[in-house]
Structure formats: structure tokens, C-alpha cells
Design a protein around this ligand. Sequence first.
Ligand code: ADP
Length: 348
Amino acid sequence: MLVLLVGVADYVTGAELSISIFYLIPISLSVLFVNRRVGVFFSVFSSATGLTTDLMVGHPYSHSVIVYWNNAIQLGFFLIIVFILSALKTEYEKTVKLNSDLQDTLSDLRKTQDELERKSQDLARSNTELEQFAYVAAHDLKQPLVVAGGYINRLRRLYKDKVDPKADRFIEYASDAINRMEALINALLAYARVGTKAKDLKVADYNEIVECAITNLQAEIEKSCAIVTYDRLPSLLADHIQIIQLFQNLIGNSIKFRGEEPPRVHISAEHKEQEWVISICDNGIGIDCRHSTSIFEIFQRLHDSSKYPGTGIGLATCKKIAENHGGRIWVESCPGKGSTFKFAIPIR
Ligand code: ADP
């Protein structure tokens, strides 16, 4: 590049100037490999050398000032080159630094991503282990409970009204406790069985699913004179067993938490952009909106079990089921004005 520049200069200006332009080689190298100050020093030094030589040799210019003029122009040219090169060098160094920073950030990001992946795998594993543990523990707890229940029943059959009335009362307390424990273990087993994903996803007709849930709840419906109605519902991807359980828990709660009136439950569906929202609306006792999130946590109950028996696991199971289907669940309610439980299932 420099040789080309010198060649062009030589052609335009004559051989004398081309010699000066050769000074650009040490000037450029000093800017690129040392710094701008050394480049400026070399520029001044080479122009001064040129001027001295010109003055000593003597040029056939029409006026003696032309020698100074020529060297001043040359110094200006050298300085421009020095500043351009130094600016280019600074830009280049900046780009290199930026690149290396980017590489560092990328490698940090990759490390964080790896760490995150490892943690999420650990979490999934520990979740599965916990679920298996809950399942096995609940399953094994059931066995001694059945035995204890059997003996309490035998005691009742053989000794009711034959010993002390106190003994009859104690037998009833023990029997109630065993029933409650059995309900709790069954609910825990159902919760653990739901797992963290829908297992058998197929397109299912929600009308049939609701019919199944209503059939399973027939005893409670008849006992409470409940009226359960539903609009035409869509067909969606569903784990059949899990969605039946979801409806059963919600309709069951609507019947259990009834007010003075016989329970009325209505199920409807609304098509939104990306999902179907299913609503289960009742005329029960309602819920204070302060509890509308906490009731979906396991073992969270708002009422005394002597008034409304239960385990506090039903809605936590519903939440898991909705999430297993890529959806969500929530409640809209006011105390004394009934509740509407809604869950959304994405359309896939
Ligand atoms: P459980 O029914 O065994 O108590 P859940 O997890 O199903 O447990 O419900 C948690 C709590 O949410 C209930 O104890 C009750 O206080 C409240 N709840 C649930 N469904 C209704 C409803 N339809 N109407 C009023 N309260 C409800």
C-alpha cells in the first residue's frame, strides 16, 4: 500500500517527495506497534531531517520560502496519517476488547445455563422421588389402618351397649379418627398419583367426562338434592382419569360447601383465543377473596372439619391436574354469593 502511495506521489510530484514519503514506513510502524506520541515524534523528526537536507543541498526553487512550505505541508501530511492510523488502531483495539468481553459473557451464560439445567434436572428427580415416597408411605400406612379399623368394628359389634356408655363413645371417636385418616391417605395417594404430567393425553369429549364425574358423585347429589347442569362442552386433549378427578373434586366441593339452599351447580365453557375456559359455578357459601390463592395449596382449609369434613388436598390436586395439561386454575367468589371455579386448557 505504501509502495503504491510512494509510486503515485513520485509520478505526481517528482522523485524528491517520494523519498520523504518513505518516512511513512517507520512512522506508521511506530504508531501501530508503539503509540501515537512516538508517531508524532518520528513525523517531526523526519520533516526536520528533510528540511535540513533541503537547506544544505539547496533546491532550485523560485523562492527560498518554498523549502519551508514544502516541509510544513509534508509534516501536516505525516501528522494526518499518524492520527488516522492511531484512530483506526484504537477502534480495532476496542472491537477486539468488545469481542473478548462478548466471548466471556457468552461462556458465563453457557455456564449459568448448564447450572440451571442441572438444577432443574435435580428438582425434577427430587420431585419424582418425593412423589414416589408419598405414594409408598401412604400405601403402606393404609394396611395397618385397615387392620385397626377392622378391630374397632369388631369391638363395636361385640360390645356396643354391653359395657360402659363411655366405652361406646370412645369406640366412636376411634372409628371417626380411622375414617378421617383413611380419607387423608386416599387423598394423598390421589395427589401423588397425579404426578407432574398428564400421562395419557388423548382428545376427550368433556361432556362424557362430566357425565362420569356426576355418576361418581351420585350418592352425594341425591343426599343433598343437588342439581348439576352443564352446557355443551368441547372436546380437548386430556388425561381422561385426571380430568374426571378434576371435575369430581370441584363439583364435590360445590355440593359440600353448600349454603341453606339445595346446591345448584352449573358447568359452562368459553372459547378464548388460545384456550378453553371451563367454569364450575355454585350457589354455596362462597370464599373470601383473601384466600383465593392459598386454598390451592396442599392442606389449606378454611373451615373446621367438624362442620365441613375434608383433607385440604382436593384443590391442590386440581391445580396439579390443570398444570399437567398446560393450563391454570383460579376462583372468583364472594362470601355468601357462591363460587365460580375456572380452569383453562390450552388448545393444542
Ligand atoms: P377440602 O375440600 O378437603 O377441605 P380442598 O382443597 O378441596 O379441601 O378445598 C380447600 C378449601 O377451599 C376448603 O376447605 C374450603 O374452605 C374452600 N373451598 C373449596 N371449594 C369451595 C367451594 N365450592 N365453596 C366454598 N369454599 C370452597
